[in-house]
Design a protein around this ligand. Structure first.
Ligand code: 5RP
Length: 261
């Protein structure tokens, strides 16, 4: 691996081999979604506890101070909306030149395996990898399910993750699921877990993050279950403890309860 690529991967994956990314990119197709209406207000208190931000260029420029930030994973796919015809019909929205100008640590793109736009999104990933490798920029592939949340099972996600790795993604972001070990086993590059829509209790989040880490994920890229919580700072601190200190779900719950504000 070239120096630039190694350096960027090291910015993302911490010395313990784990990572806690904070995604705030949801507006690119959901608009001003709940608790992310004013991105700066959501991001600022959480930033000290995130290892990297997953974000679009518009929100990066408008809502994150360049002087005091964290490594950036730039979302570079989009072009669809929650009210449009098909969420899977994404294209590349941001050039590699722009990513370099913004001095990001990685770029991220969604793939939509099994949809009408499978071929297009996979070729977009492959092209992005070609460009990224030229400049030492890692590509994180996102195994997107659009509105079909029921797709989140090990067989489907293992398929998506493996394809993303085969096409050259340096990191894959996918959902936690039952038999998550099968997803990780079949994916030769590091896997991080997204959370999906907010679940009912904090403990459920701590349990799946813990279980996913035990089964081989290197960390999380967890958004709504952090910033839609009533106590987002307590939530991210508790999740960090699982990811970086191997805290149990019970210990994470205690951390959450003790610092919620
Ligand atoms: C949205 C994304 C998000 O980054 C991803 O889904 C993680 O966020 P959450 O934990 O809220 O699902 O790719 O397009």
């Amino acid at each position: 691996m070239d120096w630039g690529m190694k350096n960027r991967m090291a910015q993302l994956i911490q010395a313990d081999g784990h990572c806690c990314f904070l995604p705030v990119d949801h507006g690119y197709f959901q608009g001003p979604t709940r608790k992310l209406e004013e991105p700066r207000k959501t991001i600022e208190p959480l930033l000290p506890y995130a290892d990297a931000l997953f974000i679009t260029r518009g929100v990066l420029r408008s809502s994150v101070a360049p002087e005091k930030t964290k490594p950036i994973i730039l979302r570079v796919s989009g072009g669809t909306s929650i009210v449009g015809k098909d969420l899977a019909h994404e294209g590349i929205t941001t050039s590699m030149e722009e990513a370099i100008r913004l001095n990001v640590a990685a770029v991220g793109i969604s793939i939509f395996v099994g949809t009408d736009y499978e071929h297009e999104s996979l070729l977009n990933l492959a092209k992005l990898v070609d460009e990224g490798e030229k400049y030492g920029l890692p590509v994180m592939a996102v195994t997107a399910v659009g509105k079909e949340l029921e797709k989140r099972d090990a067989r489907y996600l293992a398929l998506c993750c493996r394809i993303a790795a085969e096409l050259g993604a340096r990191l894959v972001k996918t959902y936690y699921c039952e038999e998550f070990e099968k997803v990780v086993r079949g994916c030769p590059v590091p896997v991080v877990m997204a959370g999906g829509p907010q679940v009912d209790t904090e403990l459920e989040v701590f349990q799946f993050v813990y279980d996913g880490m035990q089964k081989g994920a290197i960390g999380v890229n967890l958004g709504r279950n952090i910033w839609q919580n009533d106590f987002p700072v307590a939530m991210i601190k508790a999740i960090r403890a699982i990811v970086h200190e191997n805290a149990s779900p019970k210990e994470a719950q205690e951390i959450y309860e003790s610092i919620k504000y």
